[in-house]
Design a protein around this ligand. Structure first.
Ligand SMILES: [Zn+2]
Length: 414
């Protein structure tokens, strides 16, 4: 018999804020039943209308567990169960489909990068409506960054013609490690100015609304799983390659966070022969060689700017540079170096896909080709053949869309 603790069909978002289910109508429920309800709501949020049999198959829950949960959630107004029109059956037990009872309104998705913040409004079906963004040194100015979010949210709400009381769910991705036991930023060497902060609490206080928070690469993985290249996959890596390098690992349908939430910090894997000092205090970490900053520095070396445009001009788009042979070589080399680290992970975990996002992903095919080269060379052939390597097609919105998907899940249970 299936255990109620089996994984859901979508990566769970490990919400850091109390969900409405936890805080409200389900206070008397056991944590196991609450998880069952969350798995069912997540599957409906991901797949739309489903039969009880589909729910059982997708969540791994027993038919009776699904039946009890559907009855409870329908009574509580979270979902409806109907006979679809035109089924034509008049005798015997008629098939029904279960759908989420969505409430009108908007959700807010928030993406904190190392040097920018974006807030977006979206429908509860996941259509982006409006976005507001600002450049800010997020790493070393946490309070300023947290304060800026409410202004950005107000701008996005105004653009899409909504008011704060129409917000049904809020979620945010944070560019650093969150301790899943305490929801506090805890790694002493990464994002050190955020240490001791509880971003979910800080944001919930500012918004007067529960805010779910997760690591940015995990949010990116969720964005790809719900809206991008990882739809339908249960085992994949999302790599956020920007100023740092982080991985969102989805294994057997669940986001893998490790024992304390720090899993996926591949940017601090030591590379043989590399000696540059990393922000973590070690030398030779992957992100001292492969990051948007390093790749741009190398590109400036092979493609010197015209003297007249060198001062204060914004850097040319990476996608444009990547069409030039010398630049494509630099980018493919960066991909090969990233691929060295990923090949070891491919050997360990046998994923179906690697999706590269973040600012570096704008470099496109030459980057993915470099990663592919190293995986072909260094991973075992059976694992190398099983994995596809692509750059994200979500136009650097994987994290933002992951936050939207998480916020939708929260709006569904609220
Ligand atoms: Zn490091």
């Amino acid at each position: 018999m299936s255990s109620p603790d089996r994984h859901p069909a979508v990566p769970d978002d490990q919400p850091a804020a109390a969900t409405p289910l936890e805080a409200g109508d389900a206070t008397a429920l056991s944590s196991r039943r609450r998880r069952t309800h969350e798995h069912i709501l997540a599957a409906l949020s991901e797949h739309g209308a489903l039969s009880r049999a589909d729910l059982s198959r997708l969540t791994g829950l027993s038919r009776s567990a699904v039946g009890h949960a559907v009855g409870f959630l329908a009574d509580a107004g979270h979902l409806t169960e109907d006979i679809p029109a035109g089924t034509g059956r008049t005798r015997g037990r008629r098939p029904t489909v279960v759908t989420l009872q969505r409430r009108p309104g908007v959700v807010l998705g928030i993406d904190f990068g190392h040097s920018h913040i974006t807030a977006a409004t979206a429908t509860t079906s996941g259509t982006l409506l409006a976005e507001a963004t600002t450049a800010l040194d997020v790493d070393s100015r946490p309070q300023q960054a947290l304060d800026a979010v409410t202004d950005l949210a107000a701008q996005a709400l105004a653009q899409s013609g909504h008011t704060a009381d129409q917000i049904k769910g809020i979620a945010a991705g944070i560019p650093g490690p969150l301790d899943i036991r305490t929801h506090v930023v805890r790694a002493p060497t990464i994002l050190r100015d955020w240490i001791g902060l509880n971003p979910a609490q800080e944001l919930s206080r500012r918004f007067g609304h529960p805010v779910a928070v997760a690591n940015d690469a995990d949010m990116g993985a969720r964005g790809e799983h719900t809206f991008g290249a990882a739809r339908g996959l249960e085992d994949f890596f999302y790599i956020k390659a920007s100023h740092g390098i982080g991985a969102g690992l989805v294994l057997a349908g669940r986001t893998y966070r490790g024992s304390t939430g720090i899993a996926g910090e591949i940017g601090h894997t030591r590379l043989e022969g590399a000696t540059n000092l990393c922000r973590c205090g070690n030398r030779g970490c992957l992100e001292t060689v492969v990051s948007i900053t390093e790749v741009r520095r190398e590109l400036a070396h092979v493609l010197p700017a015209e003297p007249s445009t060198a001062a204060a001009a914004p850097p040319p788009p990476l996608a444009d540079l990547a069409t030039q042979p010398a630049a494509a070589r630099v980018i493919t080399d960066a991909g090969r170096t990233l691929g060295l680290v990923l090949a070891d992970l491919v050997n360990c975990l046998n994923p179906a896909a690697i999706i590269i996002g973040g600012e570096l992903s704008a470099a496109g095919a030459p980057l993915a080709e470099g990663v592919r080269d190293s995986i072909n060379r260094y991973a075992q052939p059976a694992s190398a053949n099983a994995v596809t390597v692509t750059v994200s097609t979500l136009q650097r919105r994987s994290e933002l869309l992951g936050a939207v998907a998480t916020a939708i899940q929260h709006s569904a249970v609220g």
